[in-house]
Design a protein around this ligand. Structure first.
Ligand code: OSB
Ligand code: MG
Length: 375
């Protein structure tokens, strides 16, 4: 495939509800989108890097400069034969996985359009529907949290994940378990705890959580392995799994019993599939995480979640939980059983709305391929 041009944009989109984690509060998203023009087709990708380098060391402004000055020039020169060939084209650049993933996602999307199959099929997906959970941020009051949980359960979501941090943990879990003793419940600390907290974390075993996500340092396996030996609750790693080798190391060290896969965090669909496969070979279930994506990234998460080892409900939920109006059509919706139907139509199965994106754009850049001499 020959790429003619790649357009970069930054869009600004206010969240329908502020989202608070142990690392900070997000009210408006600044999002880098890429749009690839090739073979008479158009394909979009979304970069999940945040407004600040608080989740990982990437942020939108680093992703922007790396995409513009390092990644796109390489893609425009490369001989690509699909999404699977993107990592090799970008391999000279170390790190910057979220920036790379946005471009790779767009190339896979393009490839599925060229092949006239669904993106889910191209990725090797087999599920017709995916099970959905929600991630609920830290709330101003416990009462507000209880209301939110009630709403999400009534909507049909299969699993509730509570963001937690010291001071918003044990008491909250107790309240929630008292009211809902049987629901699938998990927590996500985003690295808010340390070794002095091991006994405190062990006390959560009484709440029968499905998992505790990334309790310790964002870049750690070793101390998570020590913690996992001391608690019954399964640890799930998010931040510290950057690639297939990390997944292998974490599984072998018993640092976790569950893995959260985010396409951006691992650098693209190729690596996401590799993590999925190595976890499947070792009997470790995975689920698809979320990064407050617009419909573009969300549609790509749905396609990935159709792979067979995505056995647990993910954080991929309805557009309306995040946005007054999404930038795709139809918006992502979740059934009363807490499932999203995986599209079987060509490409991602969702239509991107360019006019809506235009109205949200605050920065743009276009890079074009040099004129090619036809053979
Ligand atoms: O750790 O999973 C996380 C959002 C931003 C950054 C990190 C995380 C999250 C979420 C929200 O939990 C998931 C979503 O609903 O998109
Ligand atoms: Mg997480």
């Amino acid at each position: 495939m020959h790429i003619d041009a790649i357009h970069m944009r930054e869009i600004n989109m206010p969240l329908a509800h502020p989202f608070e984690t142990s690392f900070g509060l997000t009210t408006t998203r600044r999002i880098l989108l890429v749009e690839i023009e090739a073979e008479g087709l158009t394909a979009w990708g979304e970069c999940v890097a945040g407004e600040h380098p608080y989740f990982s060391d990437e942020m939108i402004d680093t992703a922007w400069i790396i995409t513009e000055t390092e990644l796109i020039p390489r893609l425009l020169e490369a001989e690509l034969d699909g999404g699977g060939s993107v990592p090799d084209a970008l391999k000279q650049v170390r790190g910057h996985r979220m920036a790379k993933a946005a471009l790779e996602s767009a190339v896979w999307d393009l490839e599925s359009q060229m092949e006239k199959i669904s993106l889910a099929q191209l990725l090797g997906g087999t599920r017709e529907v995916i099970p959905c959970g929600v991630s609920i941020g830290i709330q101003p009051t416990p009462e507000k949290l209880m209301e939110k949980i009630e709403t999400e359960l009534a909507a049909g979501y299969q699993r509730i994940k509570l963001k937690c941090k010291p001071g918003w943990d044990t008491k909250i879990f107790e309240m929630v378990r008292k009211r809902w003793p049987e629901i699938l419940l998990s927590c996500d600390a985003n690295s808010a705890y340390r070794m002095k907290d091991f006994d405190h974390i062990a006390s959560w075993d009484q709440f029968k959580l499905l998992m505790a996500e990334q309790p310790l340092w964002f870049d750690d396996f070793y101390f998570h392995s020590m913690l996992q030996k001391r608690i019954e609750t399964a640890i799930c790693l998010d931040e510290s799994i950057r690639n297939r080798r990390d997944a292998l190391a974490a599984i072998d060290m018993e640092s976790c019993r569950i893995i959260n896969i985010k396409v951006g965090r691992v650098g693209g669909f190729s690596e996401a599939i590799a993590v999925h496969n190595v976890a499947a070979e070792r009997g470790i279930p995975v689920w698809c995480g979320g990064m407050l994506e617009t419909g573009i990234g969300r549609a790509h998460n749905i396609a990935l979640s159709s792979l067979s080892n995505f056995k647990l409900p993910g954080d991929v939920s309805a557009s309306a939980r995040y946005w007054a109006q999404d930038i795709i059509e139809p918006e992502v919706t979740v059934s009363g059983k807490g499932e999203i139907v995986v599209p079987t139509t060509i490409g991602s199965g969702y239509t991107v709305l360019p006019e809506r994106i235009e109205a949200l754009t605050v920065r743009r850049q276009t890079l074009r391929a040099k004129a090619r001499v036809s053979a």
